[in-house]
Ligand binder design. Structure first.
Ligand SMILES: Nc1ncnc2c1ncn2[C@@H]1O[C@H](COP(=O)(O)OP(=O)(O)OP(=O)(O)O)[C@@H](O)[C@H]1O
Ligand SMILES: [Mg+2]
Length: 415
């Protein structure tokens, strides 16, 4: 049985194609997707063999096709007019689609869908297929830093983890993927207005991110590069999940990837209408792709109850990646012990490790004002506790760090 998704974007051929496919034996049309986002989200479920798409469907780009291939979905495109027309062939080639059916010849569609299954393995390994991924040893992992609203310190932790990894001689890419507005550029004193995230997703859409990834990053020293976030919170709408996925995939080639995410994983009801990506999709994508997740919560009563809620919400989103919890802004005046908090956290989720970071306004302010990461401005209790988190996240980096206690001295904006 061949499972098919259709995405015609309202083209006139849709109902004929649907009728042809449903009449044919051995083919099931799982869904008529309203747009590219719907198609890609549905393809992620892993039940689809073939996607029948309109060649001119809005939003269909090389990154979308790469997403389909990653999920072993083979594309068949329906084109208007002659399939041999050089413009049609050129667009199909740019997208990496090798199987075209003219909308005037839909009678052959069922056979083509069946044939593409039979020969798909050779086709998807053809020229349009990206180079096979590097081995697990050479590619970095995605470490997503997440946590509830109320500014518990997600960005502070993400920046510190990335800086500490770099200090331990590990290549690291820090990606600001917070759909509510990025804070990494401000924390690291990167002053220019260019958003690494927006340029990366544009390049991903054009199928050029592979060769131009470096242009979307800012170097902060030898080992750390940064993909800065949204310059204004309302520009989240320009970030398609599949493009973020391509970005994170590309970043893995450069080292460990630390991602600062948003706080919410709630579905967006307007996303269901298919006219635009949903706002929290960036966060959900980062968490879904993560190899490890760090959940940051604040130690005060409001922060802890939000943290508990977040740990419950997270269960629906992750694919079983290890979860480490960071309780930030710990202070004696709150009147509870680490053991009491550990009991509360363990009641909500089985976590791989639990870390406590002390409240230290003076050190965080110094880092913010200097535009530097915490491990660079202090070696007091807060950076030491962060170092313990990095020990857990990257055990292999521990040996190297003990002999590298020298501080990095870098200027604010680099490059
Ligand atoms: N351990 C700490 N002690 C004192 N202040 C801290 C600590 N950790 C973070 N902060 C401060 O808390 C504030 C919020 O931190 P941060 O921006 O990292 O939070 P966030 O969770 O990313 O927030 P947002 O929701 O705005 O993205 C900052 O002013 C930061 O300096
Ligand atoms: Mg933040």
């Amino acid at each position: 049985m061949i499972c098919v998704l259709m995405m015609a974007s309202g083209a006139a051929w849709e109902s004929d194609a649907f009728a042809t496919l449903t009449r044919a034996g051995g083919i099931v049309v799982l869904k008529r997707c309203v747009d590219v986002d719907d198609l890609l989200a549905t393809a992620t479920s892993g039940q689809t063999d073939v996607a029948v798409v309109g060649l001119d469907a809005p939003g269909l780009d090389p990154a979308a096709l790469a997403h389909l291939r990653r999920h072993a979905v083979r594309p068949v495109a329906v084109c208007a007019g002659d399939a041999a027309d050089p413009r049609v062939v050129g667009r199909a080639q740019r997208l990496g689609i090798s199987t075209l059916v003219p909308d005037a010849d839909l009678a052959s569609l069922a056979e083509v869908v069946s044939t593409v299954e039979a020969v798909a393995d050779t086709r998807v390994r053809g020229d349009a297929e990206p180079a096979p991924p590097a081995t697990a040893e050479t590619r970095g992992r995605v470490l997503a830093v997440w946590g509830p609203g109320g500014a518990p310190g997600r960005t502070t932790v993400a920046v510190s983890v990335a800086a500490e990894l770099a200090r331990r001689n590990t290549d690291c890419v820090l990606v600001d993927a917070d759909p509510y507005g990025g804070g990494i550029a401000q924390q690291l004193g990167i002053l220019d207005e260019v958003s690494g995230l927006l340029s990366a997703v544009r390049l991903a859409g054009a199928g050029q991110l592979g060769e131009r990834f470096a242009s979307t990053t800012r170097a902060i020293g030898e080992r750390l590069s940064v993909v800065t976030g949204l310059p204004r919170a309302d520009r989240w709408i320009e970030v398609r999940s599949s493009h973020l996925e391509t970005l994170l995939d590309e970043a893995r080639e450069a080292g460990e990837v630390v991602v600062d995410t948003g706080f919410s994983v709630e579905g967006d009801p307007t996303g269901d209408f298919g006219t635009r990506p949903s706002r929290n999709a960036m966060t959900v994508t980062s968490l879904t792709l993560a190899d490890e997740i760090v959940v940051v919560g604040a130690a005060d009563p409001v922060g802890l109850s939000r943290l508990a809620r977040s740990l419950v919400d997270l269960r629906d989103v992750t694919g079983g990646a290890p979860v480490r919890v960071v309780v930030n802004k710990m202070r004696a005046s709150l009147g509870w012990s680490e053991r009491e908090i550990a009991g509360m956290v363990e009641g909500f989720s089985r976590v791989s490790s639990l870390h406590f970071l002390p409240w230290d306004q003076a050190v965080t302010d110094r880092a913010l004002v200097a535009g530097r990461a915490l491990p660079e401005v202090s070696d007091g209790p807060l950076p030491r506790a962060l170092s313990g988190l990095v020990d857990a996240l990257a055990p292999a980096s521990v040996v190297g760090s003990a002999t590298r206690r020298t501080r990095l001295r870098r200027r604010r904006s680099v490059r």
